[in-house]
Design a protein around this ligand. Structure first.
Ligand SMILES: [Zn+2]
Length: 101
């Protein structure tokens, strides 16, 4: 699990009170198959409503549907974040130079 902490620090100013970016990123990263989380944003969209977006690097994109649902439920129940946008990405980048058969 690798968190891109620089990106998190840059975005911390607008984070709703009581939410810790590192904690949220780590929570997403604990799901099986998640290699890293980056471009994590959390912000207020209206009174009492919090939105989140993040890029999630995965070992295997085939697992995405189940992971997305699990992550959405976790973010709702643990952090109270109802509006979640997660972008799945293959670990190692969108366009790997070498393809393995
Ligand atoms: Zn990305």
């Amino acid at each position: 699990m690798r968190l891109v902490l620089d990106a998190l620090h840059v975005l911390m100013d607008g984070v709703p009170a009581g939410l810790r970016m590192e904690e949220i990123g780590s929570a997403i990263g604990t799901f099986a198959g998640v290699r890293a989380v980056h471009d994590l944003h959390v912000w207020n969209i209206s009174s009492g409503q919090v939105a989140l977006s993040a890029h999630v690097e995965l070992d295997n994109l085939d697992n995405w549907a189940g992971l997305l649902e699990s992550a959405r439920q976790m973010l709702q129940t643990r952090f109270g974040i109802a509006h979640v946008t997660l972008q799945p990405e293959p670990a190692g980048g969108i366009n790997p130079v070498t393809a393995r058969g």
